[in-house]
Write a protein that binds this ligand. Structure first.
Ligand SMILES: Nc1nc2c(ncn2[C@@H]2O[C@H](COP(=O)(O)OP(=O)(O)O)[C@@H](O)[C@H]2O)c(=O)[nH]1
Ligand SMILES: [Mg+2]
Length: 215
């Protein structure tokens, strides 16, 4: 994808009704602080359009970034914020569940996992949730720059085992510092949405783009 325009178009609060968009959506889920906003900025070639923070748990909205007027990157609220109270966690759960269930335009869900750590119980629950809603999650192993290159394969294996992924599940390592992995992610998105790599305009007719979408 050649980025020509990006815009934070819709910010949907916990109590708001989800928007009915007319363009394909790709969503990003993951625990607070895993690097969702950094990844979205990296994909958009922006430094700070998606707000990044060293204080987790700030974004409790669903943010829709319009890319080239042809698709949305959707930043879902992060989970696992330990200081959130039960009520807040419940609200969060309903919001995500509702989004995965309702969005007609959702084509694929990326689940972000910190490459350094074993997936948490929340990560596993999120993975199961995405599968339950009929999607095949694509895993992005974030903060790739934090481990030695020689350790990458081992950590990818650990993440696959921790989530108990189906065989053939894609795990893409990514670093927001070096942008390593960015091309691979865009290539996959282009493929999923049936976009021609060099001419990102309208989706091709009858595009299949793999089987990550709802069955
Ligand atoms: N070293 C390193 N730090 C990262 C990376 N991605 C995110 N971070 C840092 O992790 C923190 C949380 O990132 P953010 O994108 O706000 O996470 P979010 O809560 O999932 O949206 C910030 O301090 C980022 O600078 C990465 O790939 N490498
Ligand atoms: Mg964020």
């Amino acid at each position: 994808m050649v980025i020509k325009s990006v815009e934070l178009e819709i910010v949907c609060g916990v109590t708001s009704k989800l928007p009915d968009t007319d363009k394909p959506e790709i969503a990003f889920a993951g625990k607070s602080n895993v690097g969702k906003s950094s990844l979205i900025n990296g994909l958009m070639n922006r430094k700070s359009l998606a707000r990044t923070s060293s204080q987790p748990g700030k974004t409790q909205t669903i943010n829709y970034y319009n890319i080239n007027h042809c698709m949305y990157l959707v930043d879902l609220p992060g989970y696992g914020y330990t200081k959130a109270n039960v009520k807040e966690k419940e609200k969060w759960g309903r919001m995500i569940e509702n989004y995965l269930h309702i969005s007609k335009q959702l084509q694929a869900v990326f689940l972000l996992i910190d490459i350094r750590h074993e997936p948490s119980a929340n990560d596993k629950q999120m993975y199961e949730w995405i599968v339950y809603q009929g999607y095949e999650p694509i895993i992005i192993a974030t903060k790739l720059d934090k481990i030695k290159r020689s350790q990458v394969a081992k950590h990818v294996k650990m993440i696959k085992a921790g989530l108990n992924v189906k065989p053939g599940t894609v795990v893409l390592p990514y670093s927001a510092l070096t942008k390593q992995g960015r091309e691979e992610i865009w290539n996959l998105v282009d493929e999923l949405l049936g976009f021609d790599e060099d001419a990102p305009k309208e989706p091709k007719e009858n595009s299949q783009g793999g089987n990550h979408g709802k069955k």
